[in-house]
Design a protein around this ligand. Structure first.
Ligand code: AOF
Ligand code: ZN
Length: 355
C-alpha cells in the first residue's frame, strides 16, 4: 500500500476533477501490475494495473489507495473489472466519499467472492486524496499557501525590492510544487508588481497548472506575461461585476477564462471564489500570495497547508510583511499550525505546516 500511495502521487496535479489513485497488483509475492490515474482522471489506476498484469491478475491481491469505483463512466466500474480479472483479494486504503461509489465498490467486490480488507494506511490515504476529498465533501479545493520570506518574515524591502529572496534550490522546489497542484493562484497586486507567468520551467514539466488571478476589477494588463501566454496554457481570471466590459473583452480575446464571483465590500468573496474553482473541478490550489490574498484566505479559514521558504536574511520592520492584517486582537485567536516537515533547500529552510 505504501508503494501504491507513492505511485498515486505521480498523478497529483493532473487528474482533476478526479482523485490521483494508485494500484499495485501482487501475485505470489511478485508485483505483476502497477497503475496510477492518468491525466484528466481516466483511465483509472486499477484499469492501468490490470492491463499490465494481464493473466497474472488471476488469484492476485490488488492494493488500491481509494475504494474501487462502482459506477459506469466511459468504461465499466473498476470493482467489476477487478472481479472479472480473477483478483482474489483487494486491500483498500479508504472508502470513496463520492456518492456514486461510497461503499458500493467494496460491496461489489465482496458479492463477487473477493476478500476485502479496508482502511489500510488510511491516514496516509486521506492526506494523499486530500484535494479530492475536500472537493467532494466540502465543495472546496485543498489550498496550499506558499510564502518565501526572510528570517523575520519580510518579503521585500521598504521600496518594494523583492526579487531573489530565496535561492535557486527553493525556486526549483516551488516549481515542483506548482506541478503537483491543479492550479496556481495569485492576487492582482502580485500580478501587477511581479508580472509573473506562473509556468513551470526548467524541471522537464510535461503539463502546466491552471494559472489563476483574483482581480476584482480586471486591473491586470491583458498585455502582461499571463495575458500573452493565455492561449498556450490556461489562465483563469476571477473578477466581480465591477470589471469593465473592455477589460473583460480584452482578457477573453487573449484566451483567458473569465469567472465572475460575488463580492463583499468591493472585494472578491474568497469563499465564493474557491467554491467556484471546486465547481470547475479543481481539487488542489497552490496560492503564491500576495499578502492581502493570503490574509483573506487565512481569515476565512480556507487555507489547509502553509509551505514556508525561509532565507537566512533580515530586512527589519521597514520591510514589507508576508501577510496583511489578520485582524487579531488576542493571542489566543492566532491560528496555530502543526509542523509536518522541515528540510534545507540549498541555503534556505523549507517547512510545511498544516492549519
Ligand atoms: C478509481 N480509480 O483511479 C479513480 C477513481 O468521472 P469518472 O467516471 O472517471 O469517475 C470519477 C470517479 O471515480 C471519482 O469521483 C472517484 O469516485 C472515482 N475515481 N476511482 O477506482 C481511479 N480516479
Ligand atoms: Zn474506477
Amino acid at each position: 500500500m505504501a508503494h501504491a500511495l507513492r505511485i498515486a502521487a505521480r498523478g497529483l496535479g493532473r487528474t482533476w476533477p478526479n482523485p490521483a489513485v494508485g494500484c499495485v497488483i501482487v501475485n505470489n509475492g511478485i508485483i505483476v501490475g502497477r497503475g496510477w490515474t492518468q491525466p484528466g482522471g481516466r483511465p483509472h489506476a486499477e484499469v492501468m494495473a490490470l492491463r499490465q498484469a494481464g493473466a497474472a491478475a488471476r488469484g492476485a491481491t490488488a492494493y488500491v489507495t481509494l475504494e474501487p469505483c462502482a459506477h459506469h463512466g466511459k468504461t465499466g466500474p473498476c470493482a467489476e473489472a477487478l472481479a472479472a480479472a480473477g483478483i482474489a483479494r483487494v486491500v483498500s486504503a479508504l472508502q470513496d466519499p463520492d456518492p456514486r461509489v461510497s461503499g458500493k465498490g467494496h460491496a461489489i467486490l465482496r458479492a463477487a467472492g473477493i476478500a476485502v480488507t479496508e482502511n489500510i494506511l488510511q491516514p496516509e490515504a486521506i492526506r494523499a486524496n486530500a484535494g479530492f476529498l475536500k472537493r467532494v465533501t466540502q465543495d472546496l479545493p485543498f489550498v496550499t499557501l506558499k510564502l518565501a520570506t526572510t528570517l523575520d518574515g519580510r518579503i521585500a524591502t521598504a521600496n518594494g525590492e523583492s526579487r531573489w529572496i530565496t535561492g535557486p534550490a527553493s525556486r526549483r522546489m516551488v516549481h515542483a510544487m506548482r506541478l503537483n497542484h491543479d492550479a496556481v493562484l495569485v492576487g492582482a497586486g502580485t500580478a501587477r508588481a511581479d508580472d509573473p507567468d506562473l509556468t513551470v520551467r526548467d524541471i522537464g514539466a510535461s503539463h502546466q497548472p491552471v494559472r489563476i488571478v483574483m482581480d476584482s476589477r480586471l486591473s491586470h494588463s491583458p498585455d502582461s506575461r499571463l495575458g500573452q501566454t493565455a492561449k498556450a496554457f490556461p489562465v483563469w481570471m476571477l473578477h466581480t461585476d465591477a470589471a469593465p466590459a473592455a477589460a473583460r473583452a480584452a482578457w477573453a480575446g487573449q484566451g483567458a477564462t473569465l469567472l465572475e464571483i460575488p463580492s463583499v465590500d468591493g472585494q472578491i468573496d474568497a469563499r465564493a471564489a474557491l467554491q467556484t474553482l471546486a465547481a470547475q473541478g479543481l481539487t488542489r490550489i497552490f496560492c503564491e500570495g500576495g499578502g492581502s490574498l493570503a490574509a483573506s484566505l487565512i481569515r476565512a479559514g480556507l487555507v489547509d497547508d502553509l509551505a514556508l521558504f525561509t532565507a537566512g536574511a533580515l530586512i527589519g520592520a521597514d520591510g514589507q510583511p508576508s501577510l496583511a492584517a489578520l485582524g487579531l486582537t488576542a493571542l489566543k485567536d492566532a491560528p496555530r499550525l502543526t509542523l509536518r516537515e522541515t528540510k534545507a533547500t540549498g541555503p534556505d529552510a523549507y517547512s510545511l505546516w498544516s492549519f
